[in-house]
Ligand binder design. Sequence first.
Ligand SMILES: Cc1cc2nc3c(=O)[nH]c(=O)nc-3n(C[C@H](O)[C@H](O)[C@H](O)COP(=O)(O)O)c2cc1C
Length: 175
Amino acid sequence: MDVVVYESLYGNTAAVARAIAEGLGDDARALSTREATPEIVAGARIVVAGAPVHGMSLPSERSRASAAAKPQGEGHLAADLDHPSMRSWLAGMAHGPRLAAAFDTRIRGPLGHGGAKAIAHALEAAGLTLLDEPRGFTVHLHTTSSTPAALLAEGELDAARAWGTHLREVAASRT
Ligand SMILES: Cc1cc2nc3c(=O)[nH]c(=O)nc-3n(C[C@H](O)[C@H](O)[C@H](O)COP(=O)(O)O)c2cc1C
């Protein structure tokens, strides 16, 4: 099985994770950091991990709390903090020789490219081999949407699906 593990406060990273899993194929599942238990991850062939960029890096307990204190947009969309941060999930991840890839979601513009890179470093430190460069997907800076996962820039879910397929092909060429 392949897994795409995500942290997602407003549903965008989760939507990207599901699209990547679709591209990876029938044997792939998108799982939150709560659902992706060490037992499941230890048995995975490819582990893709993603999170939103907060403060130019991965979300911290402080940035998650600040997001929770400020509901988004006209609909006052509340942050989902039901699952642990990617930071803490990575700290508890089982080490082992598996294939991997890292992504983040971020606002279009000069801010922040550190989320996916930080995940990639942690995956490599845990002994996994990266299949591709860390990848970013874009959300809009300003939105009035109150619907989770409605903030993604147009075309990003198609790009995520295509990237999942690319990862599958790179993995196949290595085995
Ligand atoms: C507290 C906070 C800090 C953020 N900092 C950045 C940042 O430094 N750079 C950036 O591009 N986006 C930043 N963002 C925007 C997030 O990347 C965006 O909310 C996220 O991609 C949405 O994904 P999600 O719906 O999965 O939570 C920040 C958002 C929050 C809530």
